[in-house]
Design a protein around this ligand. Structure first.
Ligand SMILES: Nc1ncnc2c1ncn2[C@@H]1O[C@H](COP(=O)(O)OP(=O)(O)OP(=O)(O)O)[C@@H](O)[C@H]1O
Ligand SMILES: [Mg+2]
Length: 323
């Protein structure tokens, strides 16, 4: 668990606070996403958590221990850090880059070598093809994968990830996000994840922290932030298609009317969705089947009916419009 208590940071000579009285908690196994415009303090917050910067005031606790009272190098080894702009060492091979922390921790060469290969593979790279290469010989997406592998090398319980997928095109980015989320299902790390991108934030975050000019503007789950944005600033970050984003996050079971049988043979005609699938998918099925309702199933049994009317009511309710 990571906890910040009233943290402030003012750099020497600066006339304003880069981080201004911020408090929050990241629970074990959660991904907490920091979102906000350039210069709002995201990187500074991560760097204070692993003590690359010292706060001007306030306290930071990691697993109940005050980080200002523990040895900084030990602290950093317990946290994987994917830095903005990847930051691979240019004159070291990929193998040496990924093995950096294990080497610092004094692992035996064989154990490190094995771990490096295992992680490169987990990250979707072919170890034999990349271990002897240098960073400049890889594509942006490959480098980003190596950056994440390096942060995971010593299996730290905590990961600080500063725009880890920022340097790749949108299609590769989506693939990296998906792969990372499925890894997270397995590894359940405690993660602080920085991004500029609202869609990435909604997709990756169990919890969002929205910042502007060093201040915390709103925190909450993605659906909380989408359905009740704190102010105009948050609304502008979310962008035009708030309704669509909400439909992407709302499960069919949330909006259905429970029932055991559907009025017509929706199952037989393929007009059904699974209860945990997003409402957006139900709309796609409705369009494809030219129907204004779909059956909602769980384990092949019908548990409800989801109608276009209910979806519309929900959108109107969350966007504060009358029906
Ligand atoms: N070492 C430093 N010395 C002085 N000012 C700094 C230093 N590091 C950051 N700042 C200032 O602190 C503020 C927050 O910077 P920070 O790097 O945390 O922003 P960010 O949210 O990560 O931005 P970006 O999205 O562009 O990476 C900025 O105004 C920046 O100029
Ligand atoms: Mg930054």
């Amino acid at each position: 668990m990571i906890e910040l208590e009233n943290i402030t940071k003012k750099f020497p000579g600066a006339d304003s606070f880069s981080v201004d009285r911020i408090s929050f908690r990241v629970n074990e196994g959660n991904i907490c996403v920091f979102l906000g415009p350039s210069g709002c303090g995201k990187t500074t917050i991560l760097r204070m958590i692993n003590r690359l910067e010292e706060p001007s005031s306030g306290n930071i606790f990691v697993n109940g221990k005050n980080v200002l009272e523990v040895d900084p190098s030990g602290l950093r080894q317990s946290m994987g850090y994917v830095i903005q702009q990847i930051g691979l060492l240019p004159h070291r091979t990929i193998e040496q880059n990924v093995g950096l922390v294990p080497e610092l921790l004094g692992w035996e060469a064989d154990k490190t070598r094995k771990r490096v290969r295992e992680l490169l593979e987990v990250m979707g790279l072919k170890p034999d093809e990349v271990v002897r290469k240098y960073p400049h010989q890889l594509s942006g997406g490959q480098m980003q994968r190596v950056g994440v592998a390096r942060a995971m090398a010593a299996d730290p319980p905590i990961m600080l990830m500063d725009e880890p997928f920022g340097a790749v095109d949108p299609i590769v980015r989506i693939r990296l996000q998906d792969e990372f989320l499925s890894l997270q299902q397995k590894f359940q790390k405690t993660i602080c994840f920085v991004t500029h991108d609202i869609n990435e934030a909604i997709k990756m975050g169990d919890y969002l922290i929205i910042l502007n000019q060093g201040r915390l503007i709103q925190m909450g789950s993605p659906i909380d932030v989408l359905t009740s944005p704190a102010d105009e600033f948050v609304l502008s970050l979310i962008g035009e298609d708030r309704g669509v984003k909400i439909l992407d996050l709302t499960r069919c079971e949330t909006l259905m009317e429970p029932m055991r049988e559907t009025p017509d043979d929706l199952m037989g005609s393929g007009c059904f969705v699974q209860s945990i699938q997003p409402v957006k998918l139900a709309l796609e099925v409705m369009m494809k089947k030219d129907s204004d309702h779909v059956a909602v199933c769980r384990e092949e049994k019908v548990i409800g009916l989801l109608s276009w009317k209910n979806i519309k009511k929900h959108i109107n309710r969350v966007s504060g419009e009358d029906e």
